[in-house]
Design a protein around this ligand. Structure first.
Ligand SMILES: Cc1cc2nc3c(=O)[nH]c(=O)nc-3n(C[C@H](O)[C@H](O)[C@H](O)COP(=O)(O)O)c2cc1C
Length: 207
């Protein structure tokens, strides 16, 4: 009987550990698989704000490993307008574990990491296409710093994300908390680029 209890306890411990670390494990698998396809640092492109839809469009993104950057530039290629990156003042470590640790601490402590000066003035645009990687089930805190430090009243924000397999509903709720005056649309996960054109068309950004 004692053996059965011991086995059940061991199974419980293993299942709890998998549950607790699931996002980390998913992310780790994802990074090792996809980082080779990531896009290295790119220059911002501002000064040509009118997008394919005729309105002023800004693709604004945060990326650590380059996956979201690559997706953001695909978005920008199709939607037109300007593109600029959200960059933290104190850069994250190069290693995955160091970055996940810091990101977790920032999330738990509800920090707002300082940012480098941003290349565009978001208030000058009609629509922001906002891209980010899913971090610990939500949006990286640097994106919340960005939203909270610009005037976004009445702006339409269309969020998109990349992830290791997690979904982005919770992250969109967090965006809404940080930009209550903006019209934050439901998000689109863009791990697979086949979703890109339909998403842009649904939002009137591509004819
Ligand atoms: C700090 C950190 C936390 C992550 N948390 C999650 C997560 O909660 N869920 C998930 O599916 N993927 C998670 N990932 C994986 C990333 O979302 C995924 O690899 C993303 O494509 C990375 O984008 P990037 O290359 O633009 O940084 C995490 C990655 C990092 C570095």
């Amino acid at each position: 009987m004692e053996t059965i209890y011991a086995i059940l306890l061991a199974i419980l411990v293993i299942l709890s550990s998998i549950y607790y670390f699931r996002e980390f494990l998913i992310g780790l698998l994802h990074m090792s698989r996809h980082r080779r396809e990531a896009l290295p640092v790119q220059s911002d492109q501002v000064g040509n704000p009118v997008g394919t839809c005729g309105k002023k469009v800004l693709t604004v993104y945060f990326s650590w490993g380059g996956n979201t950057r690559k997706t953001a530039f695909r978005v920008h290629d199709l939607a037109g307008g300007d593109i600029a990156e959200i960059r933290v003042a104190r850069t994250y470590p190069d290693d995955y574990k160091g970055t996940t640790n810091r990101a977790q601490e920032e999330k738990i402590q509800r920090q707002r990491p300082d940012l480098q000066p941003f290349a565009a003035v978001p208030a000058d645009y009609d629509i922001l296409l906002l891209g980010y990687p899913l971090w610990w089930g939500t949006v990286p805190m640097a994106v919340r710093t960005f939203l909270e430090s610009h005037h976004l009243d009445g702006k339409v924000i269309c969020p998109f994300a990349t992830s290791g397999g997690g979904t982005m509903e919770d992250s969109v709720e967090d965006l809404r908390l940080s930009a209550p005056e903006a019209d934050v649309q439901d998000g689109q996960m863009l791990n697979r680029l086949c979703h890109l054109k339909p998403w842009l068309k649904r939002n009137g950004l591509l004819l």
